[in-house]
Design a protein around this ligand. Sequence first.
Ligand code: ATP
Ligand SMILES: Nc1ccn([C@@H]2O[C@H](COP(=O)(O)O)[C@@H](O)[C@H]2O)c(=O)n1
Length: 216
Amino acid sequence: MSQALIIAVDGPAASGKGTIAARLAKAYGLPFLDTGLLYRAVGLGLLDTGGSLDDAAAAEAVARALDASHLTDTDRLTDRGAGEAASRVAGYPGVRAALLAFQKTFASQPGGAVLDGRDIGTVIAPEAPAKLFVTATAEVRATRRWKQLTGRGEVIAFEDMLADIVRRDERDAGRGAAPMVQAEDAVLLDTTDMDIETAFDAARRIVEAARAKHGL
Ligand SMILES: Nc1ncnc2c1ncn2[C@@H]1O[C@H](COP(=O)(O)OP(=O)(O)OP(=O)(O)O)[C@@H](O)[C@H]1O
Ligand SMILES: Nc1ccn([C@@H]2O[C@H](COP(=O)(O)O)[C@@H](O)[C@H]2O)c(=O)n1
């Protein structure tokens, strides 16, 4: 059986990986999953039921009960508080285990798929023929996220945004369960000095090289 075009896009918060992944999915006509939304929905779901972000068992129960209806309020899911809550619950092995099968099934669709997150190339789809690790300096990422959130009305000081990004990087890279790390066979894409169009073009070249290498 021939290999499917699975494109794994990992990287730290606000590096632009979601933007790149969504555009790659459109360009190749593939289904796309932003896996960060799953963790964000678990974090918010826990808070909404009065739970504590320190309660691993309660977080796992929310993750096990997650369905598509929890993923519709994208404005709330992508706000600052949801990002912080997500990175707290994402450290619990039970939460990650609860979300694993859905992500693996999504990745293994016969025609291929694009997924973005922190552990796509290492845990969810280590077999992916195309892997990117998208990054940028913390200052540039904080600037992008600050513009995004203040542009839609959230009130945040830039220094607080930068501190959020640095704290999230440390938590995501430092946890024991599926830490954020560049897969050995992933190509690093540093978008610090790239606008969206330039970053997408570079990502597309990486995918084209992977397709040629794997005969896809
Ligand atoms: N190369 C770029 N230059 C300038 N702005 C960018 C670039 N890439 C993405 N952006 C903008 O930065 C913000 C964050 O991008 P995006 O949501 O794609 O990041 P992300 O890595 O998926 O974030 P998260 O990890 O939180 O999901 C968005 O407003 C997006 O339009
Ligand atoms: N595959 C993933 C995806 C996300 N996380 C955690 O969720 C947080 C929010 O993710 P965003 O991509 O929407 O920023 C993130 O900080 C991670 O803690 C994850 O662990 N694995």
